[in-house]
Design a protein around this ligand. Sequence first.
Ligand code: ARG
Length: 574
Amino acid sequence: MINFKDEIIKILDQKLNEDKEVMTKEEISNAIEVPPTSDMGDYAFPVFSLAKVYRKNPNLISKEIAESIKSDYFEKVESKSAYINFFINKEKLAQTVIDEVITKGEEFGKEDVGQNKNVVIEYSSPNIAKPFHIGHIRSTVIGDSIKRIYKFLGYNTISYNHLGDYGTQFGMLIVAIKKWGNREEIAKNPIPELLKLYVKINQEVENDQELRDECRSWFAKLEKGDEEAVELWKWIREVSLLEFNRVYKMLDIQYDTYKGESFYSDLMQAEVDQLKKSGALVESEGAQIVDLSKYDLPVALIIKSDGSTIYITRDIAAAHYRHEEHKPYKNIYVVGSQQTLHFQQLKAILKEMGYDWSDEIVHVPFGMVSLEDGTLSTRKGRVVYLEDVLNKATEKVKEILSQREEERGQKIENKDELAAQVGIGAIKFQELFNQRIKDYMFSWDKTLSFDGETGPYVQYAHARIASLLEKGGFDKNAEVDYKLLKSEDEHEIIKTLYNFTNVVIDAHEKYEPYFITRYVGDLARLFNRYYGHTQIITDEDSVLKNTRLMLCYGVKNVLKEGLYLLGIQAPEKM
Ligand code: ARG
């Protein structure tokens, strides 16, 4: 597609830097703005900084430059006080967008900005033997979307699920299973059963030093590779993963690797040695710590006084492993904002260790989700399993669809599949609707509404276009004439399609899927308005009909791609 901003840069570079360089191309690029309202043009360039160079009033500078610009990429170049406003040539814009629709089809707007760059992205990372609850939805869905966005832009992504599968609690679980557990019973309903055992052993050890010692010794056995301990631990991991994977499948989420914390247990010693070598590790009351005061951060505990390593020790090893393995451009961690300090410390420690790659680490935090009725709290017995929420959404959509069947007197094909696509899509859409750092309240009504900015609303616009194309006998090779797209509605749609790639690029730079959520919501709304105003399938003029359908086809593809980047399906019929 024509890059209008690049054209402006080219023009200004010629104007400003003819005799001597006044502004670099990069400076020009950074200065160009998108005005708040379209009556001020599509792009604007402020000239304040040029006043010193030219020793002239900025208003005059802007006037002189604007008047001297002749370019058929812009239908108007206007001076407004100290700004030069550029109005894109609508015909050229329509031409370039329609060309892209024709040549790229379902890959509209795809760009390779990340070629040959590896990006590691870690998300979800639940703790095994613990419930996979509604609180986990955030990391899981935000992380998956960020992965899809990076992939779309040509990056080579490697997705990690850093399972919490290591630590002294497994000594406790092993003892509990051996004491009170029945493996057949547990296997039938693993997580709730393991949770019960975990709660019980936690209560029992409170007043029982002997039991505590037993737990500790079983964790020590596990670390040393004792056959029975390892077998039990492996089994706990396996039955947990079976449950997690059921949910990942419902969510259409895949991983390249499930290397959890345990994977790094053998790699920790080397890191501790490096920490000692770098002089960063000091002893304090029998424990090994790193002083991070020069980073304005609290001391980090690396090895406890009983010699055991902790969470952050494994993260040091994991970061180094990922670096060596993938030489990533970015190593992204999608983890809640409660762990911001942890990742600040991690980065600082790596720096202290002399690892010059520590800046590749990016923590992508997010706020909390709560439920309307307050059921989110994971206090004993009040766990809301993510799987139950997803099933409930699917059930609720199924009810709505059944109602529709009755109203229309017509059966809906693949009702179950459709209900899952819409129900789970709706949940993801709401999850990705706001800036990720904000806390949000999950609401069933908002999520499942078919109008307003929701997943079903966008999916419905997509399906509506699919049936429109079918009804109009859309043919990708039919003659079109972009000059016929003259209405305000059409122009708005074309402009929005044109912006798609930029929105994805912004989303990847800021790790914000909600840019895309808002974007597809807008595009669906613009389409519906167009659909309401315009007879798209006209009989009078077949080229006009083809051209309008081509525009709709472009909207359909971009809605589908946008939804895909959010991890949401785009059914053809609804
Ligand atoms: N398992 C941890 C939890 O449930 C999250 C892991 C985050 N990732 C990491 N590399 N530390 O809180």
